[in-house]
Design a protein around this ligand. Structure first.
Ligand SMILES: [Zn+2]
Length: 276
């Protein structure tokens, strides 16, 4: 399941095609599920002759804007990705469901499992479904006040489960949530309402930092440094890269969660008294 950084990476694959005209649109199998609710002949007709102007991602949704009020919505589903092929006569592979041909390249949407989605919209404004989505956590609209309001509304829910709520934290998946909590030194089973102001502020900073840095790492060489929890969470007997304590794992928020029991102490545990 692609998380925020993978979606951003996919979105940028089509960037070199900006300002160029779509000369032709290939759809080999218009009957498959990714085109549900979309009339494929109309899609081909409307996109042909348009220029790609801009694109944006919000969580797992992407929107591509074309000239003359034409918009293409793409969702990667479980296994989708966008690619760019640098030859105009590119021969599509089996799961290349949508191929936009330009003079110098082909812009490809591939999806092996067909859980993704392709949508067309025509109009001066972006489609309604897009305007209802929460702003990207990479955008300046994702403020501390906004995060504080979400957390306050879910006081009894574990903070791990809150971070996985796509309507609040679009694109944050399981491993990103664990990385954020580890960096903010918050135990994943802490009820959201127990966070104090400093912890909430730290959480917001780490949500932003982990998302931004993951996007950069993925566009670079996909290698997460050893200083990240991510680099150790899958290892048998993995240790915290900060304090070398053995990592713990359990199901929290319905997902396998990994944390450091030393860096992320349970908050409801009695505090140890200093002894003389
Ligand atoms: Zn630790």
């Amino acid at each position: 399941m692609p998380e925020l950084a993978e979606v951003e990476h996919s979105r940028k694959q089509w960037d070199p095609g900006k300002n160029d005209v779509i000369l032709d649109v290939d759809v080999a199998r218009p009957e498959i599920r990714v085109f549900r609710g979309t009339d494929v002949p109309t899609l081909r007709d409307r996109l042909s002759g348009r220029r790609l102007l801009a694109s944006e991602a919000r969580g797992k949704q992407m929107l591509f804007q074309f000239s003359d009020g034409c918009w293409l919505g793409l969702h990667l589903g479980m296994s989708g990705e966008l690619r760019r092929e640098e030859q105009a006569d590119y021969t599509p592979r089996k799961h290349d469901h949508l191929v936009l041909r330009q003079q110098k390249r082909a812009l490809v949407f591939e999806d092996k499992r067909h859980f993704g989605r392709v949508r067309l919209h025509e109009g001066a404004e972006p489609p309604d479904w897009w305007q209802k989505l929460a702003p990207s956590i990479l955008s300046k609209e994702f403020t501390l006040a906004r995060l504080t309001a979400f957390v306050q509304r879910r006081r009894r829910t574990t903070i791990k489960a809150v971070l996985l709520m796509q309507e609040h934290f679009p694109g944050v998946g399981n491993w990103m949530a664990d990385e954020i909590l580890w960096r903010a030194r918050i135990h994943p089973s802490t009820p959201a309402g127990n966070l104090d102001l400093a912890q909430t502020c730290g959480l917001w900073q780490q949500v932003r930092w982990v998302s931004r840095t993951a996007v950069r790492i993925i566009s670079d060489d996909w290698t997460y440094p050893k200083t990240w929890l991510f680099a150790h969470r899958w290892e048998a007997g993995g240790q915290c890269p900060r304090c070398k304590t053995d990592l713990e794992r359990a199901a929290i928020g319905g997902r396998t969660t990994c944390w450091c029991p030393e860096c992320q102490r349970k908050q409801d545990a009695p505090t140890e008294r200093a002894t003389i």
